[in-house]
Design a protein around this ligand. Structure first.
Ligand SMILES: C[S@@+](CC[C@H](N)C(=O)[O-])C[C@H]1O[C@@H](n2cnc3c(N)ncnc32)[C@H](O)[C@@H]1O
Length: 261
């Protein structure tokens, strides 16, 4: 017999951001650190080009599991911030030489200056112009004069033509995960997208299905550049394509205006 809750559910009935909380154990299965090697090589090259030789201090805001960062720690002395304790726990294990702190990239102030600040895909969680500006201001507040800020928008308003669906299968340790991620734009007039996830998780030979949902930000390219300028940066754009996936990425580099390094 069908009960009402089995007939179908509205996305709004699915809790938000479970991947960073009760489903955080899935992160290394879903998106393993080794898959970041090629992308991280571009971030490393950009940092090296901007900063020159040396084990410069860098700060990552929204470090998540530290998968991207794990490819940079041999070259740079990193500090990492995230709002989720469960995600920081992954990064602490993967990046033992890194100082990890709980904080919100919009408000955190460590009263320290770094040669570079990175915000990788966590920047997707900035949902409004005010959020994005606040994150950029946090980056500026943590840079030495002439320091560099690097970030990368996953979606731009001009180029997102949803809905978009992705199916992935991964196995790690005793966990087998297949997930479907469905990203759509319920209201093209606002600055957000919605991603709905169905996770098929097999652990100990038993399959269970979990749903998750995320709201992420989407802004025009011109807004990213304008906000970088307004928060004190001279922005530069670089486009790169990953040979492993064919995906094209936009890297935004902002040099903090002031005395050059
Ligand atoms: C996709 S994960 C990052 C994964 C990471 N790039 C990696 O390599 O493992 C996004 C992260 O952003 C964090 N996050 C979301 N909003 C945030 C905020 N306002 N301040 C700091 N971290 C935030 C989440 O807790 C999550 O860990």
């Amino acid at each position: 017999m069908y009960r009402q809750e089995h007939i179908g559910m509205e996305p709004r009935d699915i809790p938000l951001n479970r991947l960073y909380h009760d489903l955080a154990h899935l992160w290394p299965v879903m998106s393993p650190p080794e898959e970041y090697a090629e992308e991280a090589a571009y971030w490393r090259a950009a940092l090296r080009e901007a900063l020159g030789a040396g084990r410069h201090p860098i700060l990552e805001l929204g470090v998540g599991g530290g998968h991207n960062l794990s490819h940079l720690t041999a070259d740079f002395q990193a500090t990492a911030v995230d709002v989720s304790e469960n995600m920081l726990a992954h990064s602490r294990r993967l990046n033992p030489g890194v100082e990890h702190l709980v904080g919100d990239m919009r408000h955190v102030r460590l009263d320290r200056a770094f040669a570079a600040v990175l915000i990788h895909d966590a920047i997707n969680h900035m949902l409004s112009e005010a959020d994005l500006r606040a994150a950029f201001a946090t980056a500026a507040a943590h840079l030495e004069p002439g320091g560099v800020f690097i970030t990368s928008p996953e979606f731009l308003r001009e180029t997102f033509h949803g809905p978009r669906a992705e199916v992935c299968t991964r196995t790690k340790g005793g966990t087998h995960l297949t997930y479907i991620e469905y990203t759509h734009d319920p209201n093209p007039a606002d600055t957000t997208l919605e991603a709905v996830f169905a996770h098929f998780i097999t652990e100990g030979g038993r399959l269970r299905v979990e749903h998750d949902r995320m709201i992420t930000g989407i802004f025009p390219r011109s807004l990213w550049l304008r906000l970088m300028k307004e928060t004190g940066f001279t922005p530069e754009e670089r486009v790169y394509r990953l040979a492993s996936t064919g995906a094209e990425y936009l890297l935004l580099l902002g040099r903090l205006r002031g005395p050059s390094r």
